[in-house]
Design a binder for this molecule. Structure first.
Ligand SMILES: [Fe+2]
Length: 614
């Protein structure tokens, strides 16, 4: 047996992945273990978990792959510095000590991380090659066009090419500083959200605004070509030379300074969000069209942080540019660990790959730790928790379906933890999508996050066509596509439509039969749930549908704002106790909030205080 360990680290979202004879055995992000969101440090805990899951020690590894080439990245920093000297001095000197200490001495760092027991070579794959490998190799396709778009790797900020059999070949790239990821991040920063984590919020904010700055962006900030490539006018940006994303010229054309984080959102921010979203879609669609034209292929695979923009992804399919689309669920840099390991197996070791056109080999992205009954019981007893155990699954399903229908908010920890940023039903908080008050309850009392943020629906795979305008036969098991709620499931608005009502009033409008997951523009980030991939969740939703006639529930990640998604039962119990969640399910254990020992307020406060708002 051949064991390959993939590692991504030192930028954001460190992760590890273990591949055995080409099969994904385990993948996890370091943040889940260290409880520090987007942890970029060496993923020692994730590696330890992956090796334990594979029941091997570092000495059993045949190859260890790192997801980018540190020397080439060093090159970029140096050259950018030279190009922008002396203004680039400050950012250069901030970046340098870390580089010198860790990244240039990576093999030494990795030796230490593997406890000196690994004797083989280290392979350094190219950053976008890692993304591309993570998109193509686990995909269902034998041949596909590949598109990767992110902030920046070594030099490339986007790349495309073709995957065929057990080979990928990237043929074109867009280079730093011209970057769709960084352009989007500049608007994330300017609208007062945190770069590298607030991008998702900006996408959620877009439907509240009008894209009235779209033309301005296309005229002044970027020069966009027919093939989707573009050059940015760097005089508006500050990320090469300074420590902020945007400069004074940016403020001039976008009506004033950046929004201060946590201050009130105004129409300008919503319009900026709508505008950069429209520009992003325009760029992604042009890239996709060009790729379809030049390769003649009908399937597309994607990865890189921008591939998490599910609105743009949905547009690729809706426009019919490709017939099939598969996106790596861990599209950001964490997925680079998976990509580099598979790259070594297929491309460097020349091992064959089979693809049947339908099934991917991502295993529902449920590639993390799971916890068994004795372990859970020990944790709960130590915490003095009161719980009920259900030996019969069907009894448990019945109970839960009833609780959800009764508007209870349920924390669910079952099976292996998800790999990637989305919770897919194994570390999720779920609730009744039919409830009009559920969106604000979940945002404000459970997750302590901004009230405008939409929630995503889970829908039974066989019923998706009845509720959402997905293309027929389309799957979205990784919550990476948006689709509109079907017109016949919408409700008349009685004059309280989309006008300039202000966010707070817009949120109260009941737009459909599933208002908790229907965005202001009727869009929804859909996760389709099927028996094969999602066993327990599927059966639970079946039971819920039997009771209520509704095959849709809300699914949001099990965490509070700023906290990494929970991994262990102890973390889940702490989060449950510190929030207004009603019920906690840990495999076959059920806990009711009202039965728990009174939590001393300062314990909850201490828990909440340890996470920085993102
Ligand atoms: Fe990347």
């Amino acid at each position: 047996m051949t064991h390959i360990l993939g590692i991504s680290a030192f930028y954001h979202d460190s992760a590890a992945c273990l591949v055995r004879d080409g099969e994904l055995i385990a993948c996890a992000q370091e943040e889940r273990f260290t409880r520090r969101k987007h942890d970029h440090r060496f993923p020692g805990n994730a590696i330890e978990y992956c090796l334990a899951e594979g029941r091997i020690s570092p000495g059993d590894l045949d190859s260890v792959a790192f997801y980018d080439k540190p020397l080439r990245k060093f090159d970029r920093l140096l050259e950018t510095y030279l190009a922008y000297a002396p203004r680039g001095f400050r950012s250069f000197f901030q970046a340098m000590p870390l580089w010198l200490k860790q990244k240039l001495h990576l093999p030494r760092e990795m030796d230490r991380g593997l406890k000196g027991k690994y004797r083989g070579r280290y392979v350094f794959t190219d950053h976008h090659e890692s993304h591309a490998a993570s998109a193509f190799f686990p995909s269902p396709y034998d041949r596909a066009a590949i598109l990767t778009i992110d902030g920046v790797g070594e030099w490339a900020t986007a790349a495309y090419g073709v995957g065929e059999g057990n080979r990928i070949r990237l043929t074109h790239e867009l280079r730093f500083p011209h970057s769709l990821g960084l352009l989007y991040s500049a608007f994330t920063y300017f609208t007062g959200f945190k770069v590298n984590s607030g991008e998702y919020k900006l996408m959620g904010l877009a439907p509240y605004g009008e894209p009235r700055f779209k033309d301005l962006i296309l005229r002044r900030l970027i020069d966009l070509k027919e093939d989707g490539s573009f050059r940015m006018d760097m005089s508006y940006f500050n990320y090469c030379q300074g420590l902020t994303m945007t400069g004074p010229k940016f403020e001039e054309i976008f009506e004033g300074p950046a929004r201060k984080p946590e201050s009130r959102l105004t129409q300008r921010e919503m319009d900026l969000a709508a505008s950069i979203q429209a520009v992003t879609e325009e760029i992604v669609l042009r890239m996709a069209r060009h790729l379809a034209r030049t390769t003649g292929l009908r399937s597309l695979v994607m990865a890189g942080g921008v591939a998490l923009n599910c609105v743009a992804n949905g547009a690729i399919l809706n426009e019919g540019i490709f017939d099939d689309l598969w996106i790596q669920p861990a599209a950001g840099d964490a997925g680079g660990a998976l990509g580099s390991a598979l790259f070594v197996w297929h491309q460097l070791m020349d091992k064959p790959r089979t693809a049947d056109g339908i099934h991917d080999s991502q295993k529902a992205s449920l590639l993390g730790p799971r916890f068994r009954t004795p372990e859970i019981q020990t944790v709960l007893d130590a915490a003095g928790a009161r719980y009920h155990r259900f030996a019969e699954e069907s009894e448990l399903l019945d109970l839960l379906a009833g609780l959800i229908a009764g508007e209870k908010v349920v924390g669910l920890v079952q099976g292996r933890m998800e790999f990637g940023p989305r919770a897919l039903g194994c570390r999720s908080i779920i609730g009744d999508a039919r409830s009009a008050r559920m969106q604000s309850v979940m945002n404000l009392k459970i997750k302590f996050r901004e009230s405008f943020r939409p929630f995503a629906p889970c829908v039974l795979r066989e019923d998706v066509d009845q509720w959402f305008m997905m293309r027929h036969g389309e799957d979205s098991p990784y919550m990476l596509l948006v689709a509109d709620v079907r017109p016949d499931k919408r409700l008349p608005l009685n004059g309280q439509g989309n006008g300039l009502l202000g966010i707070d009033r817009l949120l109260k409008v009941v737009r459909s039969r599933i208002p908790a997951v229907t965005h202001v523009d009727y869009s929804a980030r859909v996760q389709t749930v099927d028996e094969e991939r999602h066993g327990f969740l599927y059966r639970l939703m079946r039971r819920f549908k039997e009771k209520t006639g509704c095959p849709v529930i809300i699914n949001t990640s099990f965490n509070i704002r700023g906290e990494p998604i929970v991994c262990s039962p102890a973390e889940a119990y702490r989060c449950f106790m510190a929030t207004d969640m009603d019920v906690l399910v840990l495999e076959d254990f059920v806990l009711y909030k009202e039965e728990q020992p009174l939590q001393r307020q300062h314990e909850a406060d201490r828990y909440l205080a340890q996470f920085n708002l993102d």
